[in-house]
Design a protein. Structure first.
Length: 165
């Protein structure tokens, strides 16, 4: 499988995961509000469900935002610099981002191991927490790899992005 095909497949999986999570979050919230206000019967463990769906949605979006360079940035000096310096600064930014994300992924992975070892579960629903934290660690690692790829692969590092001036 070529790198571009792998990237497209990963994008599809992540977009689908984020979209399904967002739809489930919306449907769940609607049902919870209806049950709460019309029948005085909120969904038991509703906050836990919302938290877990938010994890899936947010962490699925991290590699997508990084790969598409859709971060919100503030451009105060960069637009006045020569292209070579801007490209160098973007490479440095991607290396720093990759290092930070890789470090966070490592910490998250260790935390997931601890949670799995102790069998930690959510308070009301009793859902195991470790698989969600492993999911978070994996997507942080994927995002770190995306930043490394944007640093070293040919082409414009950093791309256009969404700038706020």
């Amino acid at each position: 499988m070529s790198a571009s095909r792998l990237a497209r497949t990963l994008d599809q999986v992540l977009v689908t995961t984020a979209a399904v999570s967002l739809f489930a979050l919306m449907a769940f919230t609607f049902a919870d509000v209806v049950l709460r206000y019309l029948f005085a019967r909120p969904v038991r463990g509703g906050l836990e469900v919302v938290e877990l769906l938010m994890v899936a949605m947010i962490f699925s979006g991290l590699p997508l935002v990084s790969r598409r360079d859709e971060h919100v940035t503030i451009d105060t000096i960069e637009s006045h610099l020569p292209d070579a310096i801007r490209a160098g600064l973007r490479r440095v930014m991607h290396v720093v981002a990759a290092a930070g994300l890789a470090g966070a992924a490592g910490l998250m992975y260790r935390k997931a191991g601890t949670l799995a070892e102790f069998g930690d579960r959510t308070q009301l629903l009793g859902a195991p927490i470790a698989p969600f934290v492993y999911f978070m660690a994996a997507l942080l690692a994927v995002t770190a790899l995306v930043h490394l790829a944007r640093t070293f692969l040919p082409g414009e590092p950093g791309g256009a992005g969404a700038s706020v001036v």
